[in-house]
Design a protein around this ligand. Structure first.
Ligand code: UD1
Ligand code: PEP
Length: 475
């Protein structure tokens, strides 16, 4: 089946392959209009405590897919991205590219993107205000067309999240950048295009590194970026840019040297597995004291978490090069899981995107722990919800003291509200461990970044249901 989108998304063709078997991680959007329609906020009902077992497939990385979708704006011809996760953020990013004039064909987890028809340099502000990565298009638009006007971005409400490093870096490449009416307006100063330059980031921001990599790929001359982010998603983007004809050296280190090219071409790019989703399922096994396996997982992406889980008493085993088994089942764990301290930091530090889910686990361990959030200053929204389940946490700014469970006690189900993506998922994990029924609203936040998460959990044996509130059904 193939259908053209209308109503502002006329450049997106979506079809699913009827011959492809439906796997939990495959995309089969039966309603193509669902790409951009506003669905009512569903409610999740979890009946716990749950025991999980079986194998879970890990989808492609949301954050890699988002920056690579932005990078297709550098390329002439068609870029073929495979293993793209079917989450609302990737659909919104597709709508942002479409609003610029890109043609996008979606078939299951494959996105064919052709940006030859792009004539606008101002993407739809609606899309940009919904997701953080929408802002990253400013780099490739400036590099390819010499100008761009992009609204200030949305994304999870977990801190101030300025874009000053993106802007200062673009200025170092010869752009004139101003903020007007809530939009960033930029153009190449010399009227011809960006020029290579040197820029040292004050902080290894993932987004600023990615924006500047894309801009530098098409700037005239050599760009040296230092103190850059070393996250796996930066390596994924570098791989895409290199395969599209760019010259990017140093990805994975703290310094990037990029030799600009005037033309880049589309290529085929499989998106790497989502390390945050894999980490979340490891934590789901741990919090439910269960044993599950998962693939594909790239172990060096999750070293910090695997080390901490092993310290707690979980058995983490690599079955083959991409399959992992994690066990916290009572047959494998001699005592109950022990608490541990951790602090978040840029890669290879502990990922901030796993902080809330890890904190949920710690509320069920024996002993107390200190959790320090060093990346985002306001990423503790889940704490007040976890307290409603009976968790014992004391919050002081960005540090949480988590007192594990008291002997014989466990979390108890309650009504909770998710206010951001990973915080929302921490409530789902806590709901798996809690006795009785946990209801979670605000699940649209979770749908931003976890593909078919309740289906995957059901498949592992959890009692998780999604329902649309009656009031929304009647509206
Ligand atoms: C779409 C995407 O890829 N999102 C990820 C990306 O977000 P994002 O790219 O927004 O995160 P950054 O690495 O940029 O932010 C880290 C810190 O730097 C600060 N900062 C950032 C930019 C800037 O111009 N000025 C500034 O001060 C931020 O406020 C924050 O405190 O990396 C984060 C850190 O791993 C992850 O949690 C997000 O999931
Ligand atoms: C913070 C996140 O996403 P974003 O940067 O898109 O808000 C996340 O994925 O946890």
């Amino acid at each position: 089946m193939a259908t053209f989108q209308n109503g502002g998304n006329g450049n997106i063709l979506q079809h699913s392959n009827p011959l492809k078997p439906l796997k939990p991680h495959s995309h089969s959007l039966s309603n193509p209009l669902s790409l951009f329609s506003q669905t009512p906020d569903p409610k999740l009902t979890i009946t716990g405590p749950s025991k999980l077992s079986g194998h879970v497939p890990i989808s492609g990385s949301k954050n890699s897919a988002l920056s690579i979708l932005a990078a297709t704006l550098c390329c002439s011809g068609t870029s073929k991205l495979t293993n793209v996760p079917n989450v609302s953020d990737t659909r919104i990013m597709a709508s942002i590219l479409s609003s610029l004039g890109a043609q996008i064909e979606v078939c299951d987890d494959e996105f064919l993107v052709n940006t030859d028809g792009v004539r606008s340099v101002e993407p739809s502000s609606d899309g940009i205000r919904k997701i953080r990565a929408g802002f990253f298009v400013i780099g490739p638009l400036l590099a390819r067309f010499g100008e761009a006007t992009v609204a200030l971005p949305g994304g999870c409400d977990i801190g101030a999240r300025p874009v000053d490093l993106h802007i200062r870096g673009l200025r170092a490449l010869g752009a004139v950048v101003e903020l007007r009416d809530g939009k960033v307006q930029a153009h190449a100063a010399n009227g011809r295009g960006l020029v290579g330059g040197r820029f040292q980031l004050d902080y290894p921001s993932v987004g600023a590194t990615e924006t500047l990599m894309m801009a530098a790929c098409m700037a005239d001359g050599v760009t040296v970026l230092s103190n850059v982010a070393q996250e796996p998603e930066v390596l994924d983007l570098a791989r895409f840019l290199t395969d599209s004809g760019a010259c990017v050296e140093g990805a994975g280190s703290n310094k990037l040297v990029i030799k600009g090219k005037c033309q880049m071409h589309g290529c085929e790019c499989p998106i790497s597995p989502d390390r945050i989703e894999a980490g979340t399922f490891m934590l789901a096994a741990a919090i439910s004291r269960s044993c599950i396996s998962m693939s594909p997982v790239i172990p060096c992406h999750l070293k910090c978490l695997i080390d901490k889980l092993s310290l707690a008493g979980c058995k983490v085993r690599q079955c083959n090069h991409e399959t992992f088994e994690i066990s916290a089942a009572s047959t494998d764990v001699i005592e109950d899981l022990r608490a541990f301290d951790f602090k978040t930091g840029p890669f290879p530090g502990f990922p901030t995107d796993l902080q809330p889910q890890t904190m949920a686990l710690l509320t069920t361990c024996s002993g107390s722990s200190t959790v320090e959030e060093f990346v985002f200053e306001k990423r503790m929204g889940h704490v007040k919800e976890l307290l409603k389940l009976g968790a014992r946490i004391q919050l002081c700014g960005s540090t949480a003291l988590v007192f594990g469970k008291e002997k014989g006690s466990r979390l108890r189900g309650s009504r909770l509200v998710a206010t951001d993506l990973r915080g929302g998922m921490s409530l789902v994990l806590a709901g798996l461990a809690a006795e009785g029924t946990t209801e979670i609203t605000g699940t649209a936040h979770i749908d931003r970044g976890y593909e078919s998460f309740e289906k995957k959990l059901q498949f592992l044996g959890a009692d998780v249901k999604r329902s649309i509130p009656l009031a929304c059904q009647m509206a």
